[in-house]
Design a protein around this ligand. Structure first.
Ligand SMILES: NC(=O)c1ccc[n+]([C@@H]2O[C@H](COP(=O)([O-])OP(=O)(O)OC[C@H]3O[C@@H](n4cnc5c(N)ncnc54)[C@H](OP(=O)(O)O)[C@@H]3O)[C@@H](O)[C@H]2O)c1
Length: 282
């Protein structure tokens, strides 16, 4: 949206911001009243509906979630769509019986928003996490979030041309796509789950059926924006309770003013150089 991608936002000028947290000023819906603290993540917010970078927003009531009691509005926005997406990835892995005893789980793009929160959530849920990053200075950060090992991007590159490789991990949360996702499938152990959440490298995927047919590997996606409200509330409850990773927010989140966003942060994020989450205080 910030770069003018017509596949995301068709009409400009436009107010971006896929996440918003705040206090209800006025509601025509009986489920919400003035002064309620609420959050909106995903749906069409910031895409073709004006987004969260505003003092006031108007949204359909069925996009709105009451702030979970165990999280502040700031906590909720520290997670935002990125944290919610990482949590859905974990939720899907667990639904497909990915157990920590099966072996380590890889997170790619691990210093990004989804990646950082996926590392912290998987570690909290008891998995051994291998964090893959393109940043040479991120080891301390990723280990603090809970990674057991930190590897460079070459770790998930394969030049052998083989359809299947020796098992190197038991599952993965991938934010990258392309040849990385293809490699994650090839070297995943039996019955492991690879969750595809993003495509910062490429939207293309070349694979054979061998990982699926011979190893029973699961490939599942996360489309967090449109997830149904029942699952959404269940995921926020987990983030509030069993998967509460508030203690990691000081490392992950940096707060900026709206005026600072355009000057350097958008560019840094688009270049893949950002670490963690950028919280915009309006
Ligand atoms: N499915 C959903 O519902 C959903 C929700 C939110 C986001 N997403 C998608 O998930 C992806 C990640 O989002 P994000 O918010 O985490 O983005 P982000 O904060 O910009 O992080 C992306 C990270 O990917 C790595 N990276 C960047 N370019 C790369 C490349 N060419 N090859 C390999 N790694 C590269 C970098 O981490 P390292 O330097 O550590 O490698 C970067 O920090 C995006 O594609 C986004 O659109 C999907």
């Amino acid at each position: 949206s910030a770069s003018g991608h017509k596949g995301i936002t068709k009409q400009y000028p436009h107010t971006p911001g896929i996440d918003a947290g705040g206090i209800v000023e006025m509601s025509k819906n009986a489920d919400f009243a003035a002064d309620d603290e609420v959050i909106v993540t995903g749906y069409d917010l910031g895409m073709n509906t004006d987004g969260g970078f505003a003092e006031y927003i108007r949204v359909p009531a069925d996009w709105v979630v009451t702030r979970p009691r165990g999280l502040t509005l700031r906590d909720c926005m520290s997670l935002g769509t990125a944290g919610y997406t990482a949590a859905v990835a974990l939720y899907k892995m667990q639904a497909l019986q990915q157990d920590p005893s099966m072996g380590p789980v890889v997170v790619t793009g691990s210093t990004g928003g989804v990646g950082s929160l996926a590392v912290a959530l998987l570690a909290k849920a008891g998995y051994e996490v291998i964090a893959v990053t393109g940043k040479s200075n991120a080891e301390e950060y990723l280990k603090h979030l809970g990674a057991s090992r930190v590897e460079s991007r070459e770790f998930v590159e394969d030049l052998s041309g083989k359809s299947l490789l020796k098992t190197r991990w038991a599952g993965a949360v991938d934010t990258v796509g392309g040849t990385t996702l293809s490699m994650l499938l090839k070297a995943c152990g039996p019955e492991g789950t690879i969750v595809s959440t993003g495509m910062v490298q490429s939207h293309a995927l070349t694979t054979t059926l061998y990982p699926f047919i011979l190893n029973g590997v699961n490939l599942v996606g996360v489309g967090s924006a449109g997830m149904d409200m029942t699952t959404r509330k269940k995921i926020w409850k987990l983030l509030e309770e069993d998967w509460n990773i508030k203690d990691k927010f000081p490392a992950i989140v940096k707060e900026i003013k709206l005026e600072e966003l355009a000057t350097n942060h958008v560019e840094t994020i688009l270049e893949g150089k950002n670490m963690g989450r950028v919280l915009v205080k309006i």
